[in-house]
Design a protein around this ligand. Structure first.
Ligand SMILES: Cc1ncc(COP(=O)(O)O)c(C=O)c1O
Length: 467
């Protein structure tokens, strides 16, 4: 029998794959008119650690962990084996009315490692969804429905979100997101949310510290919550880093103040750690850096080590109890066909095992320090206005003259030029506008880090050469 997957006449031709792809595929987050001319399509035959391997054996460094999902490298054998074992045991079962060990064990282990706060009831229940956006929908619906069930505050129907935040693409998640490129066209469809200034330290006034900037944003949040007292069910935010918003980082003091303000106003705090959870910012969860615990915690992306789509929403007992009633309508009737899929849960369990066996967070401290050392010289580049870091995330903000207030004209697409220049040198960067960033798999080694740094410098140089 011919093994088509290993037939070299099929595999060794990247151009054939490109044209077959473009004949039938509609790619996510892509203006398809840009393929193949403006935007190169990278055909990938397989993954190997931090490398994406092409059909001709060429290697490209996955500096963005494939949309921030991959934690320990591609095709990590321990996770692959766990999925294979699970596939031979139980691949899928309806989770309404049925139970299976991977779903139970994963919930137990997530609750055991979830952020805690002295004097606050811990997160106690796990609800599964299939992807990050669906997880956000779950958290928003839970917060809203909880107040409906309680019935004594009919005006509590609104959500507060941060300017420049991102929570996904489904209509509810998009409604609490504030990135015009994704949101504007759908505005007539979206539910109304209240936006409060971002604590983003990049917006600090001259001479103002990141802490001062975060305090200002917290003051603005306090005013908004005062103005809308009794109308808000939840505040949703991305702790520490607004990732899709350009890897913009804020001082943890904002989270502390936001938590206090939510308590004062009886508002739930939803922490969207879909991108920053599982060690990305240095701690297992970013909330830990502020010593706060949310009422609802959204997890996805790295949850399965980057192998399979899965989301988990962790809730307090108080929230869970608010749905217990004789009436079915008061139950949380949200569901997805693949809710709690056993293969995805098995992958997540294997991923948590790796955190423990490989002492990943401790190892990442060393890697993050190396990333800092390699990134530092770029701060002096005439077109780099800011180099910032939170654990395993480093971002470079490109502007016309290295000044924060002089961004490039977006039409010049400097980031896209940098993207192409890096790809030609074997590194997948995929910038956010004119912001380049590193968010590599944790297995990245010294040689790969060095390649990343030299390529980033070269890509910035090439993209800004005529600026
Ligand atoms: C903070 C955050 N929330 C939610 C999402 C949506 O997740 P998904 O793409 O799995 O729907 C993302 C995706 O980038 C994200 O970064």
């Amino acid at each position: 029998m011919t093994d088509k997957a290993h037939d070299p006449s099929i595999l060794n031709d990247a151009d054939t794959w490109r044209s077959r792809d473009l004949a039938v595929l509609w790619h996510p987050c892509t203006q398809m008119l840009e393929h193949p001319g403006t935007l190169p399509l990278l055909p990938v035959a397989r993954g190997d650690g931090a490398w994406l391997v092409g059909h001709d054996g060429s290697r490209t460094l996955d500096a963005i962990s494939s949309w921030w999902t991959n934690l320990f490298g591609h095709a990590e054998p321990r996770i692959a084996d766990a999925i294979a074992r699970q596939a031979r045991t139980l691949e899928q079962v309806i989770l309404a009315g049925c139970s299976h060990p991977p779903a139970v064990e994963l919930a137990e282990r997530l609750l055991a490692i979830a952020p805690r706060e002295a004097g606050r009831e811990p997160l106690a229940k796990v609800f599964y969804a299939d992807n990050g956006s669906a997880g956000v929908e779950v958290a928003l619906k839970m917060a809203f429905h909880w107040f409906r069930n309680r019935g004594d505050e009919p005006r509590r129907t609104k959500f507060v979100a941060l300017e420049n935040g991102y929570h996904g693409e489904t209509i509810g998640a998009l409604s609490v997101g504030d990135i015009p490129l994704y949101r504007r066209i759908y505005a007539p469809l979206l539910m109304e949310a209240l936006f409060t200034p971002s604590p983003d330290a990049y917006h600090a006034r001259d001479g103002q510290s990141a802490t001062g900037c975060a305090e200002d944003a917290a003051d603005a949040l306090a005013r908004l919550l005062d103005d809308h007292h009794g109308e808000i069910c939840a505040l949703i935010l991305e702790p520490r880093v607004q990732c899709a918003g350009g890897m913009r980082m804020h001082d943890p003091v904002f989270l502390k103040r936001a938590r206090e303000l939510c308590d004062v106003h009886g508002v739930f705090l939803i922490a969207d750690e879909i991108a920053v959870g599982f060690g990305r910012t240095g701690t297992m969860f970013a909330c830990e850096q502020a010593g706060v615990m949310p009422d609802l915690l959204c997890l996805s992306k790295g949850l399965t080590g980057g192998f399979l789509p899965l989301a988990a929403v962790l809730a307090t007992q108080t929230i869970y109890d608010g749905f217990l009633d004789e009436s079915r309508e008061r139950a949380f009737l949200h569901s997805h066909s693949y809710t709690g899929n056993p293969l995805a849960c098995a992958a997540a369990l294997a991923s948590l095992d790796i955190f423990a066996s490989d002492d990943v967070l401790a190892r990442n401290l060393g890697t993050a320090a190396k990333m800092a050392t390699l990134a530092a010289p770029l701060a002096g580049h005439p077109h780099v206005a800011d180099v910032r870091q939170a654990g395993m995330i480093v971002a470079f903000e490109l502007t016309r003259d290295g000044n924060r207030r002089t961004p490039f004209d977006p039409a010049r697409r400097i980031g896209l030029h940098a993207y192409r220049a890096a790809l030609e040198r074997g590194v997948l960067l995929r910038p956010l506008g004119d912001i380049l960033y590193w968010m590599p798999p944790y297995c990245i080694d010294d040689e790969q880090l060095a390649l990343l740094a030299t390529t980033t410098r070269a890509a910035i140089g090439e993209a800004t050469a005529c600026a």
